[in-house]
Design a protein around this ligand. Sequence first.
Ligand SMILES: CC(C)CCC[C@@H](C)[C@H]1CC[C@H]2[C@@H]3CC=C4C[C@@H](O)CC[C@]4(C)[C@H]3CC[C@]12C
Length: 330
Amino acid sequence: MSYLRFWPSCSGIKPCSVSSSLCQPSLSLSLSLTHTHTHTGIMLSAVAKLCCGISYQHLRSVTGLQRMAMAALGQEIAHMQKRGKLCLGIRSWDGVWSWRKLREGEETERTDRWSDSVEDTDLSYQQQGHEALQEALDITRNAEGWRTEITQDSGEVIYSKVVQGNRKVFRLEAELNASPDEIYDLLFVKVEEMNQWNPNIAHIKVLKHIGKETMVMHEVSAGKVGNLIGQRDFLSVRHSLKTKHCIYLGGAATHLEAFPPQPGFIRAEDGPTCIIIQPSPCCAGKSKLTWLLNMDVKGWLPKSLVNQTLPQAQLDFTRHLRTRLEMGRK
Ligand SMILES: CC(C)CCC[C@@H](C)[C@H]1CC[C@H]2[C@@H]3CC=C4C[C@@H](O)CC[C@]4(C)[C@H]3CC[C@]12C
């Protein structure tokens, strides 16, 4: 693939500097949690108890992703309990919480369960962010099936391909007059200022910071003339990774209990998505941007309309980013 050949510095890097244990096979147990039915809660309770009973010994040896999955499951059940939607004999989960302590070589006494669960929430968001980035990079780097969609005089090229679930994703490539760090600063560090330079974003707020690399965000697009899709809101986890040569931004739709879809808004799902920012090999102060747009805009809309609007939204975004970068130079 041309972009990998010309920009070799990032192609070989597996941005997995995060604990290698995160790259383990996933937990084979998967439960779908429906919040609305109490009997689901009761069933879930039974399943959870059963799992604890059967697998307590195994819990001591699970690591990485499996551990995260357990944490996420525990967290979800804690939430359901808190909302009174799940009546669970909490004793069944004592094993899970104290298992954490056991693994960390700390005292076997269970400490405050609530603070444990807060910590688990953070771990779960970091894990979601990390996985979204990996998945988006896999799509982006897979050279097969891309076709050129748009070539702009200003240098942007958009490729598209159809991925699993019959969804079209778009890959924009552009060269920008800024260093990777300047772009990272605008797109990640100062992300809340994005609506000041991009009129297509009506509202953007970080709801939760998890360290420097991960955040949970709420974004609302502007339903202006020209945007035939109409206004959407997004709740996403955004994650960044800096390596020696490249900066990666990843993201995906997520859930935050305190932030359910707002009345009157259609919540779209962004991701798994990624932006790769590479320094230009030819000149300092220039970068190459590769952006995978992978969006389910939801609502009842003709596919052709969506597939026309999305690459245009990408071009618009890049145009505003260029203008903002120029402004920063003055
Ligand atoms: C066509 C309609 C539905 C949507 C148009 C607006 C789209 C293009 C906007 C709305 C919210 C925007 C996202 C808001 C936040 C971030 C996080 C940042 O670190 C990289 C850019 C990124 C990922 C933006 C990309 C562009 C975006 C997805």
